[in-house]
Design a protein around this ligand. Structure first.
Ligand SMILES: *Cc1c(COP(=O)(O)O)cnc(C)c1O
Length: 223
């Protein structure tokens, strides 16, 4: 089942990329609420990037799968300050940074001997309905600060747009992120724009996503 889903997703990604004339994005498999055995199954198909949303659950899986030592683990959930040490010690990437305090703690708590933590800043998209993410001024401050931190490398932006009632709405949300990304990409050396989930990834590809975060389409519905 997972192998079949994986082939389908890869095929859809290739078709959409061809249709819109863009390169095929990286695929992050979102394994939250799925057992380590499901991760291992997808790993066996060749997938290497996996994403988790809850610190405790994520760290348990990282430890269970230690022997699969070329998995690249991404933390994609809200980051509470009492979890930063856990996250900085066990994950390779954090995609959901939206506050200075969290950025500083991750930098400070990244263990010596590990490569810099790869960080994406989460951008607020849409209007007041979206609760998470930083506004543009905060993003610029965080990009500036991040460029000076020794144990952090800021790679780009992540966004979760609010539910859209139409395709054009969906496109407009992704284009907000794409525009800000392109405007500041060179200055800050960003190379990752993480957007697109199971139900909107084709539109995200159309709007220049470089990394999709897909759970349901790969692992089936979560409980
Ligand atoms: C759960 C989650 C996903 C994956 O969502 P699906 O709809 O299952 O593909 C992607 N990004 C984030 C931040 C998530 O929390």
């Amino acid at each position: 089942m997972i192998a079949q889903n994986y082939q389908n997703v890869i095929k859809k990604m290739a078709l959409a990329s061809e249709k819109y004339g863009v390169s095929i994005p990286e695929l992050l498999a979102v394994s939250k609420k799925k057992p380590a055995s499901a991760v291992a199954e997808l790993y066996a198909q060749g997938q290497r990037h996996f994403g988790e949303s809850y610190a405790q659950e994520g760290v348990e899986k990282v430890e269970q799968l230690q022997l699969h030592n070329d998995i690249v683990w991404h933390f994609i959930g809200p980051v509470q300050s009492n979890k930063t040490r856990m996250i900085a010690s066990h994950f390779d990437w954090v995609q959901s940074v939206e506050r200075e305090k969290i950025l500083l703690r991750l930098n400070q708590q990244r263990p010596d001997g590990l490569p810099p933590l790869q960080v994406l800043l989460q951008m607020k998209i849409g209007d007041e309905r979206s609760k998470s993410g930083a506004d543009k001024n905060t993003l610029l401050d965080l990009l500036e600060l991040g460029s000076q931190l020794e144990h952090i490398t800021i790679r780009g932006l992540m966004c979760i747009p609010p539910p859209a009632d139409s395709q054009s709405q969906q496109r407009a949300y992704f284009e907000q992120a794409q525009q800000f990304y392109h405007q500041h990409q060179q200055r800050f050396g960003m190379d990752v724009l993480s957007m697109g989930m199971s139900n909107d990834f084709e539109m995200a590809i159309a709007c220049g996503s470089t990394m999709l975060r897909i759970g349901t389409e790969l692992f089936g519905a979560r409980e």
